[in-house]
Design a protein around this ligand. Structure first.
Ligand code: SF4
Length: 328
């Protein structure tokens, strides 16, 4: 196996969205169609839009098989094989073939894409072979798109949005979306509403609202605040979208540990809880409001408001000058 191929597959890593996932880095760092201001890999110096062979499919398959074998040897489960490279996965012209080849492993396949090439029929066909696809939709506004995603000059936003809609109509797997909210860039209520309206038309299984949690390409980038993230969540909900946060905490709404504090933190990592909902949980557990006060004092949660209603949510992690899309 070549040196590079050894680095293609990594993990398994635990992921809230995908369980135990083996990551597949099918793009050499960092080739991308975008140069997002929040990218954790820094600016894109190698911008491309032409799909190419970047590794031989066999190299990718060998590397992944090797990882699966190792994981199984250690009795670790593998729930997903996830294309989540240091760049844009659909630039790999063999993506569809690789997905087909990997299916023999009997493990579900996921792809996390920035959606930029989805206007192309061959990209839609390739993504259509996966079981779970995450599409980046940070904005539907041309000016903001140029500001936040800094696309390759030949890309056209309307083609991407049309491609996303077309794909969502034909895709039979789990479609999810991911929207990164940045302070004073794309977190205004009107802009978020337009994104939510577009996403609602796709009927995704889930829509994730994320914030930067690792160092961003541009130092001036800051995450949307708790209030803005909470507002974004409610705007998505108003459109009937199954929204959740992706803010760097491995919360799991369904894993009740019996420890009220942990359970509250776990739920609040995924979405805010209304004041009356918090009271109900406390009364079920026979606990008093002091639990909430303690979490507020410890700055683990914060109180916020939307439409004159109080909500409690997880305090966002302070960004060590940072951002990501890469969490699987
Ligand atoms: S965040 Fe993703 S889409 Fe944006 S530049 Fe980085 S790798 Fe490309």
């Amino acid at each position: 196996m070549m040196e590079d191929a050894k680095r293609i597959a990594f993990g398994p890593v635990p992921s809230r969205r995908l369980g135990q996932s083996i990551g597949i880095n099918n793009i050499p760092p960092k080739i991308c169609t975008y140069s997002c201001i929040y990218c954790q890999l820094g600016r894109t110096h190698n911008m491309q839009v032409e799909r190419k062979e970047l590794y031989k499919p066999e190299e990718i398959i060998d590397s992944v098989k090797n990882k699966i074998k190792k994981a199984r040897g250690k009795k670790e489960s593998v729930d997903y094989l996830t294309f989540v490279p240091d760049g844009e996965p659909t630039l790999d012209i063999n993506l569809g073939e690789e997905i087909e080849m990997l299916k023999a492993q009997g493990i579900k396949i996921a792809v996390i894409t920035n959606s930029s090439l989805i206007g192309k029929k061959d990209v839609q066909d390739d993504l259509g072979k996966a079981d779970w696809v995450s599409l980046k939709i940070d904005t539907v506004d041309q000016k903001i798109w140029h500001h936040i995603n800094r696309p390759h000059g030949s890309l056209i936003l309307q083609d991407i949005l049309d491609g996303i809609s077309e794909f969502s109509n034909s895709f039979t797997g789990d479609l999810v979306t991911e929207t990164m909210l940045l302070h004073d860039v794309n977190d205004d209520a009107e802009g978020v509403r337009k994104v939510a309206e577009f996403i609602a038309g796709l009927s995704p299984a889930k829509s994730y609202i994320s914030i930067p949690i690792r160092p961003p390409a541009e130092k001036w980038v800051t995450s949307a605040s708790e209030n803005e993230v909470n507002r974004g969540f409610h705007i998505f909900k108003e459109q009937g979208i199954e929204a959740e946060y992706l803010i760097g905490y491995e919360g799991n709404t369904f894993a009740f540990t019996g420890n009220l504090e942990e359970d509250l933190l776990s739920i609040m990592s995924v979405h805010p809880i209304r004041e009356d909902g918090v009271k109900e949980l406390l009364s079920k557990a026979n606990e008093s409001w002091s639990v909430i006060e303690k979490l507020l004092v410890q700055k683990k949660i914060i109180q916020t408001e939307y439409n004159d209603t109080k909500f409690f949510m997880r305090k966002l992690p302070s960004m060590p000058r940072g951002a990501t899309e890469g969490e699987v």
